[in-house]
Design a protein around this ligand. Structure first.
Ligand SMILES: [Zn+2]
Length: 221
């Protein structure tokens, strides 16, 4: 799904998830990309950064550990280097409610600027978690983005929406023209209806059907 949504960057980027309240989580292994990772390519990670690591754990696992440590409500973390979010994150621009996705994400995605390097230690992971706060995501400036959700469905769909929101706003900015944005009233209404749990489930099911058309082997998972 993330691959279909433009999140591929060779084998880089990760998605992880945990059962609510669990100290362990599953994370895509270091060697596979979003476009090829199957359930067998996931490894177990531990929220405790001092716990021993699986030999195939991705180097950026401290990012996931730090987010799970800071956010008991989060059960899925997506980190990718998707192009539109990366470019948008590098601009001095706030996400605005230009599209439906922008209405969900405006004011809930922050910028992390401490380092643009790969997240290799828990102190940097914790600094990102601090930037995230109670939000939905973080632009890792000159690196990529992080999106969180209470479920795999939520985090993955929001990650797809972040990429689309950034691409649409970049297109609008590239036009050099003024553009309209939704009113505060519309933003509140959209958040309640377009992004209700039932709607997220419908988007997930649609995206899942598309994945099954592209990757028929996934029917056997
Ligand atoms: Zn990265």
């Amino acid at each position: 799904m993330l691959s279909s949504g433009g999140h591929d960057d060779f084998n880089q980027g990760q998605v992880s998830c945990r059962r609510p309240g669990s100290a362990e989580f599953f994370i895509k292994g270091a060697l596979t990309g979003f476009d090829e990772a199957a359930p067998a390519d996931f490894v177990v990670g531990h929220a405790d950064p001092s716990a021993p690591l699986d030999r195939l754990a991705p180097p950026e696992i401290p990012l996931h550990q730090a987010v799970y440590e800071a956010r008991p409500d989060v059960n899925c973390v997506v980190h990718s280097h998707s192009p539109a979010a990366l470019v948008f994150g590098a601009l001095q621009e706030d996400l605005v409610p230009l599209s439906h996705e922008g209405a969900l994400l405006c004011n809930d995605v922050y910028r992390f600027t401490l380092t643009s390097n790969t997240i290799l230690d828990i102190s940097v992971g914790r600094a990102i978690a601090e930037t995230l706060g109670e939000g939905l995501g973080v632009f890792l400036v000159n690196h990529g983005s992080v999106v969180v959700g209470k479920s795999v469905r939520h985090a993955v769909i929001i990650a797809l929406m972040l990429e689309r929101a950034c691409r649409l706003q970049l297109d609008a900015l590239a036009s050099g023209r003024d553009f309209a944005t939704s009113t505060e009233l519309d933003v509140a209404a959209k958040r309640e209806f377009i992004f209700a749990d039932l709607s997220i489930r419908a988007y997930w099911e649609h995206a899942r059907r598309r994945v099954l058309r592209t990757f028929p082997d996934a029917r056997n998972w």
